[in-house]
Design a protein around this ligand. Structure first.
Ligand SMILES: [Zn+2]
Length: 339
């Protein structure tokens, strides 16, 4: 698909119903139907009041009367759920619902992303114009603690066994397979802030995801660049701080007894993450940067180490082979790293 292809938002809004979208998220069955409307808990702010979120089927609009104080059309809804621009949301809808490219792409290319899905001509018979998508504030406002917990996570799942995690580790990290809700069909991994409050769940696709499906699903609005996975517990441990890329790397090292480990949740170190490490170390601290041996990890590790070296002793672990990563280290190999 060409970059920045113009999207006909009106065609997308007309081709996709709120029922399609709710069903895509596995939420349609959870809504109460009454005449022309659906009502239920707001999936955007994850409310628990079942009357606060409402959908008008004939108008194809939704509204949250609680925290979101917001409503809109199908594109706005996807934009909120996925934390992407209206343009990004329209592209997702086109892909998910296999919309006819001849209908949903407008002529021409290279336009700027529109700020909202309403900059395209409005739907003629729409009784009320839907509100403009809010622009998310920038800055480092912290991720708010979640007001709910995913319960009934299944600890014993073949995928988790296959990845070498013991039941004890899974219980320790609160990780398990999720059968219902937004993370349905995924492995849910709680992410805590440094105070130990859960700020998000990451949903890992079981196995290799098909083309177009993300490996990890994160809640809309959650900013992973503000957190370090496992910092809440690692900061209480002694010894060198090990910095790895992924959740499973961190869980494996923890399982092998190296509990002072944090994961970047990617192969880059954000300024906020750098600051978190700075605040939880001093000039006598040792940091071991242990990124994957793939191209992304190799290109990131020197820069990350240089930034951390401004305030601590930093060592880089270099794997011998390109397909190696901390998740696959055995106890013996890890002992060698520290020998
Ligand atoms: Zn809401």
């Amino acid at each position: 698909m060409p970059k920045n292809k113009l999207v006909d938002f009106r065609a997308v809004r007309e081709a996709v119903t709120m029922e399609h979208v709710l069903s895509h998220y596995g939420l349609l069955d959870k809504m109460k139907r009454s005449g022309d409307s659906l009502s239920g808990c707001c999936p955007i702010h994850k409310g628990s009041n079942p009357t606060q979120f409402r959908v008008s089927l004939s108008k194809n609009l939704w509204n949250c009367f609680s925290e979101c104080k917001h409503g809109g059309n199908v594109v706005d809804f996807i934009s909120r759920m996925e934390d992407v621009s209206a343009y990004g949301a329209a592209l997702k809808a086109i892909e998910w619902f296999k919309l006819d490219p001849d209908r949903v792409y407008a002529e021409g290319e290279g336009a700027d992303e529109p700020r909202s899905s309403n900059e395209a001509p409005a739907r003629p018979k729409s009784a009320q114009p839907s509100p403009v998508v809010e622009v998310k504030p920038e800055g480092n406002a912290p991720n708010p603690p979640l007001k709910f917990r995913l319960d009934k996570l299944q600890r014993e799942h073949p995928y988790l066994t296959e990845r070498g995690l013991t039941l004890e580790t899974l219980v320790d990290f609160g990780v398990g397979f999720c059968a219902k809700g937004m993370m349905a069909g995924r492995i849910a991994i709680p992410i805590h802030n440094p105070d130990g409050q859960v700020v998000a769940y990451a949903g890992r696709h079981v196995g290799e995801p098909p083309e177009g499906t993300p490996k990890y699903k994160l809640p809309p609005g959650f900013r992973k660049s503000l957190e370090l996975f496992n910092l809440d517990r690692a900061r209480k441990e002694s010894g060198p701080l090990i910095v790895v890329e992924g959740f499973f790397d961190a869980m494996n090292l923890h399982q092998l007894g190296h509990r002072k480990v944090v994961a970047l949740m990617g192969s880059s170190l954000s300024p906020a993450q750098e600051d978190l490490i700075r605040r939880h170390t001093d000039q006598h601290s040792q940091i071991l940067v242990m990124l994957d041996a793939d191209a992304a990890g190799r290109s990131a590790r020197d820069e990350i180490a240089a930034r951390l070296a401004k305030f601590a002793f930093v060592r880089i672990h270099v794997f011998a082979k390109e397909d190696q990563q901390p998740e696959h280290l055995t106890a013996e190999q890890l002992a060698e790293v520290f020998a």
